[in-house]
Design a protein around this ligand. Structure first.
Ligand SMILES: [Zn+2]
Length: 280
């Protein structure tokens, strides 16, 4: 569905410009993001005042990022000096996705449909070190989001610390946000973690690179239309330890070979989530 969403067909400079504009015009009432709210839900016993403060502080300045690192990237190279049959292309890489029923069967109300035009990266803002907690955290995010009347989890995908990819709401459904941007047309892909406090794991980056590669190929999204939540709204999401990596991630995804999604469904999805929860 065509609509405005402004022109974000630019890169770092305009990100800063947009942030400056937003920072000057948006009230404190909009500081609650889906991501941050998830943190409150997940770690409500932790001092949320501190969280709010760091959130706002991080909004005030984007400092010069460190030199970009190469995003870990799986290679499709098949070895040294392969016979190279030029006419047969490399077979697509399959990225496993845990279907929604693996972790939740909940839904309330109706989704609104859209068509994917761009990709927006998030973090859940829930700090996680023990990845066996990931499925429980994702359920908490869903509970929190649904407590606000949303039909389900706000995001289309979540990637945990080990690189497992979880299906969220249907891709054809518009995401949800507490912040002041319209997520229509955005594929919302979120990391599990709090990247103002920790860094993404290599497995997460590799998983996100493949997921973004798949989405770029499937929806014809150019690298310029891959951004972070921070590019659209007053939030630190996807966190200062991830935001500066977005350009490298987009380049790696653009250069990546063909990716297909392979869904684990029903019992296979439930079994996989049980394994993850058991630390496997
Ligand atoms: Zn976000």
């Amino acid at each position: 569905m065509p609509q405005l969403l402004g022109t974000v067909a630019h890169v770092d400079v305009s990100r800063r410009q947009m942030l400056a504009l937003l920072g000057g015009s948006i009230g404190l009432g909009y500081l609650f993001t889906a991501c941050r709210s998830a943190l409150e839900s997940a770690t409500h016993s932790v001092a949320t005042a501190t969280t709010a403060a760091s959130h706002e502080e991080s909004n005030t300045a984007i400092t010069t990022p460190p030199a970009p690192e190469a995003v870990p990237q799986t290679t499709s190279s098949t070895g040294i000096n392969p016979p190279s049959p030029i006419t047969s292309p490399a077979s697509p890489e399959t990225l496993a996705v845990i279907a929604r029923e693996g972790w939740s069967f909940r839904q309330q109300g109706a989704f609104r449909s859209h068509q994917i035009e761009r990709i927006t990266i998030h973090h859940t803002a829930a700090e996680i070190t023990d990845n066996s907690r990931a499925p429980a955290l994702i359920r908490q995010h869903e509970d929190w989001h649904m407590s606000h009347g949303w039909p389900g989890l706000a995001y289309h995908f979540i990637i945990d610390r080990a690189g497992n990819v979880y299906e969220g709401r249907p891709i054809s459904a518009i995401g949800d946000t507490f912040t002041e941007y319209d997520p229509t047309g955005h594929l919302l892909a979120s990391f599990e973690g709090h990247f103002d406090r920790q860094s993404p794991s290599d497995a997460q980056l590799a998983g996100m690179t493949r997921l973004v590669a798949w989405a770029m190929q499937t929806y014809s999204v150019p690298a310029q239309l891959i951004g972070g939540h921070r590019d659209w709204a007053r939030t630190t999401c996807p966190g200062s330890n991830m935001y500066w990596r977005l350009g490298g991630l987009a380049r790696a995804a653009a250069d990546h070979g063909t990716v297909e999604l392979g869904y684990l469904r029903n019992d296979a999805a439930i079994d996989r989530v049980a394994q993850i929860s058991a630390g496997q």
